[in-house]
Design a protein around this ligand. Structure first.
Ligand code: SF4
Ligand code: MSK
Length: 654
């Protein structure tokens, strides 16, 4: 018999709760209900089972993990390490394939084969070339001239392709890793060669009868995860910036109140920005707006969800309707006239919910078809063909809306779109743009440290609550928070992404925020944009004053409500880069095993950082703060020194 489901306890998001109540009345089941009805497998949840060959599946006992082995003799440590490694592979593959998709599109643009997109941010193109030692100028007859943009783009695309296809050597963005951190990776043999090679080797090594020593397995999954963070994800971010513009701080709304009853609501969900960017053109096309008006609507309204939404929220201020656990709930409003998706984090459950409310549900990427959805393939050389069809379906649905519409009237303004470039500017101004003031304020103690709080939402915990409480605790304790993905949307709904949220921050952080005009919580984009956090910590280490390696910095990472394999890859590349990282919700490795001990303690000796776990948000934040304090002490900056805060007058003087 199904357990009773307490809707009020499922989320702190009033819109999601309102839609859960409506879904109940409508007799519609969502992921929240399914999680309530399905108990967690006590063996699988801690990786105590293996199905890597048909002599099994083999289940070990979580109560007595060393009591037996798999049929092949595999121990709990081998089984758990192999399972963990395969999670890293799947997560890294998702990000690197996303990045490769972006690179394919960029190559077409560079070769002039695509009309739908162009190089929008030439400055970013040059910046990325410079970081990779690709010359951006050329000397002609003794005169230094800028190189042709198309030529630069072609050369950059060729260079970045090595991120994926290279079989020997180091991936291009290894050049961005602080020297001492990179040196350590070289000693450990974990500098990624090319993502395809790392993913292939990891899958090989986890096949039955290959790598059966958990420390050795962990070396390769670290290398694989690093090929995601400093490889596939970083390429995805940088190419998206070049093609669609580097985000700058922008005000935008989040939450379901972004839907408009009298307009045709077009919702995009997934991860890659390509379809969404084309959709922005379509909904702003006067011809399409005219068609919507002819159908009786006041116009077209576009909103994003999940990381697709986070990409365009950051770049263009397109409203964001909700994170991963709100995607089905949004359809329950009856106001969504079409939901179009591409890849990743798209619940199959959306398909029957869309059907219940008569919402066309459209897949657009050949990699992701979903039963019950209509597939309209997006062709990058003519993206408008696909997105215009989607808008027309939405207009048709609006005209024939047959279900009652109920839109939760909640929306929250916030500042999104921080990037490495804009943080540099905000901290130092046009002429003195650098991370020096950040490091300076960390050294003088106004800012205790920096935390990256990222990742998914998960129905196994109270939706959004853990994110919001962790972040509030951190800023209260003067920790500047940087966020991506679904986590950003949770805190956006809680009103933490505005400068006025400085009132929730400790005195030192509040003072810095007020002086430079930033919120205490910085929204930096989607899950691939965790690479922006890597670039930020690399810059902090390179600027000096806070040690030489990333692992010396008073920084910490967190994924309070994670659920996806991508989160495991992200967590691992944070840790392997030197960032102590705490996960909430659950941890997929059995307590009391040598492998767990290795992740939570042993990695300290290798890369200077470890994993940790705390489901309770206050314990979670306390662990991060304790780590930051430990690093401050090691740097000898734990006692507060009065240092001058740079204000506008100082900057002008400089
Ligand atoms: Fe069992 Fe070993 Fe086969 Fe895994 S690889 S299923 S532990 S026999
Ligand atoms: S969408 S990976 S639920 S952050 Fe990137 Fe959100 Fe997690 Fe998907």
């Amino acid at each position: 018999m199904a357990k009773e489901f307490n809707i009020q306890e499922a989320s702190i998001c009033p819109s999601t709760i309102q839609m859960l109540e409506k879904a109940k009345k409508d007799g519609v089941s969502l992921a929240f209900n399914r999680a309530n009805d399905m108990s967690v497998c006590p063996i699988g949840s801690v990786s105590a089972c293996c199905k890597n060959c048909s002599m099994g599946p083999c289940r070990l006992s979580p109560k007595d993990p060393y009591g037996k082995q798999g049929v092949c003799g595999a121990t709990i440590d081998t089984i758990a390490a192999r399972n963990f490694a395969r999670m890293v592979v799947a997560g890294a593959a998702a990000h690197t394939d996303h990045g490769m998709g972006m690179l394919d599109c960029f190559k077409e643009v560079a070769h002039g084969k695509v009309d739908g997109f162009r190089i929008k941010d030439e400055g970013k193109l040059k910046f990325v070339c410079e970081t990779l030692d690709i010359p951006t100028t050329v000397e002609v007859d003794g005169e230094v001239k800028d190189r042709d943009i198309k030529e630069l783009a072609v050369e950059l695309a060729e260079e970045l392709e090595r991120t994926y296809t290279q079989v020997e050597g180091e991936i291009p963005f290894a050049k961005r890793v602080p020297e001492k951190t990179l040196e350590r990776w070289r000693e450990l043999g974990i500098v990624p060669r090319g993502a395809m090679r790392e993913l292939m080797e990891m899958m090989h090594r986890t096949h039955i009868g290959v790598d059966q020593e958990y420390v050795n397995i962990s070396r390769q999954f670290q290398r694989t995860a690093l090929s995601d963070g400093w490889g596939g994800s970083m390429v995805a971010t940088e190419i998206s910036d070049i093609l669609f513009g580097t985000p700058k701080p922008i005000q935008a709304y989040v939450d379901m109140g972004c839907l408009e009853e009298k307009k045709v609501n077009v919702v995009i969900n997934g991860h890659e920005p390509i379809m969404f960017e084309a959709m922005i053109d379509s909904v702003n096309d006067p011809k399409m707006i005219e068609k919507a008006k002819a159908a009786g609507a006041e116009g077209l309204n576009l909103a994003g969800m999940c990381c697709s939404g986070a990409e365009v929220l950051s770049r263009h201020g397109v409203p964001h309707a909700g994170n991963f656990m709100s995607t089905e709930a949004l359809l329950v409003t009856g106001a969504v006239d079409v939901m179009a998706v591409d890849v990743q984090c798209i619940k199959q459950g959306l398909s029957p919910v869309a059907e219940c409310y008569g919402t066309p549900f459209i897949t657009t990427n050949y990699r992701a078809h979903i039963e019950g959805a209509t597939h309209i393939q997006l062709d990058e050389s003519n993206p408008r063909e696909c997105v215009d069809k989607i808008v027309e379906l939405a207009i048709e649905r609006f005209k024939n809306r047959s279900k009652p519409v109920e839109i939760p009237q909640n929306k929250h303004i916030g500042i999104h779109g921080f990037s490495h470039e804009s943080i540099t500017y905000h901290l130092g101004g046009t002429f003195r743009g650098s991370y020096v003031p950040l490091n300076d304020n960390i050294i003088n103690g106004r800012i205790r440290g920096v935390a990256g709080v990222v990742g998914c939402t998960n129905p196994r915990v109270k939706h959004d609550w853990v994110h919001v409480e962790v972040v509030k605790e951190l800023i209260k304790n003067n920790v500047l928070v940087v966020q991506t993905g679904c986590s950003t949307i949770a805190t956006g709904k809680a009103g933490l992404l505005v400068p006025e949220a400085a009132k929730f921050a400790g005195d030192g952080l509040a003072e810095v925020c007020e002086t430079v005009g930033i919120p205490p919580v910085l929204s930096v984009g989607s899950c691939v944009d965790n690479s922006r956090i890597l670039i930020a910590v690399a810059e902090m280490a390179n600027i000096g004053g806070l040690g030489e390696k990333i692992s010396d910095l008073p920084v910490a990472g967190s994924a309070p409500e994670w659920m996806s394999e991508k989160a495991i890859s992200i967590g691992q590349y944070f840790v392997s880069s030197g960032v102590y990282t705490v996960f909430g919700a659950s941890f997929p490795v059995l307590e009391g095993t040598k492998f767990k001990e290795h992740l939570f303690k042993g990695l300290e000796g290798e890369v200077g950082a470890t994993w940790d776990f705390a489901a309770d948000p206050y314990e979670h934040a306390a662990k991060m703060i304790a780590h930051i304090d430990k690093k401050r002490e090691a740097l000898g900056i734990h006692e507060k020194k009065e240092r001058k805060l740079f204000d506008m007058a100082d900057r002008r003087e400089l």
